[in-house]
Design a protein around this ligand. Sequence first.
Ligand SMILES: C[S@@+](CC[C@H](N)C(=O)[O-])C[C@H]1O[C@@H](n2cnc3c(N)ncnc32)[C@H](O)[C@@H]1O
Length: 275
Amino acid sequence: MTRDKAAPPGIDTSIPSVARVYDFFLGGKDNFEVDRKVAEHALRITPDGPAAGRANRAFLRRVIRFLVTEAGIDQFLDIGSGLPTQGNVHEVATEHDPKARVVYVDNDPIVLAHGRALLAEEGTATVIQADIRSPQEILNHPDVGRFLDLDRPIGLLLFAILHHLGDDEDPRAVAAALIDALPSGSYVAISHFRDPGERDPEGSRKAREVERIFNESLGTGRWRTDEEILSFVDGLTPLEPGLVPLPEWRPEPGATAPDQTDTYHTFVGVVAHKP
Ligand SMILES: C[S@@+](CC[C@H](N)C(=O)[O-])C[C@H]1O[C@@H](n2cnc3c(N)ncnc32)[C@H](O)[C@@H]1O
């Protein structure tokens, strides 16, 4: 039997949390029995869930490196940042530019608890607890003003977060409000669960099945079509190669293409530029 370590104060371990289920997929230790049950249920439908999580983190690292080294971005707003893991945004960014600054935002208190511990001695990043569904609250947060210069281009990071908003929560308006506040020259990076639809009926069926499990157990998770995902960056210019399966976004030179398992076509990413 796995023994859970004590939860930080204020953390409810009786209900599963997105951040902790994802931590389990990534092989982390900040999850509890209730989270592992959800993950194991989902794994029965798509056993390559952990590979999908790793592909998302690898996409994140390539995007950050590109934004710092090729686009000259040195400040990031990372919303739905998740629990600290290997290769956190500020670590990748400051490796290439020691001046880089990051504000992490998450609505799960466990992220704040562990994030503060990680960042206690760093000074290059901060973590705030806020909800993406209140974008103005994030934009007006004093730490955002203190860490980021909203008059200079920003990298807005929305990795694996917009699919946790239901259609009734209007993710398009949320993204638009955030993008609106960015100066021109900024970039937005998104990764998102995708429903491949008619081009892959079996993939679509599995996507819907996992969507059902996520919603029944976590109360969230929405697999969207390409058109729906691209509508989040309406008015911006998607960079080459556009919206693609995560491993296909500017792979490392010489990297071997991964197996096209179940989640390959159902987890996609795009980076767009604000002209
Ligand atoms: C799947 S994790 C993604 C973590 C990281 N961005 C990545 O891609 O590796 C999604 C994160 O979004 C957070 N989240 C979910 N709904 C949110 C909301 N309404 N506002 C802020 N954060 C939210 C969860 O707590 C979780 O940490």
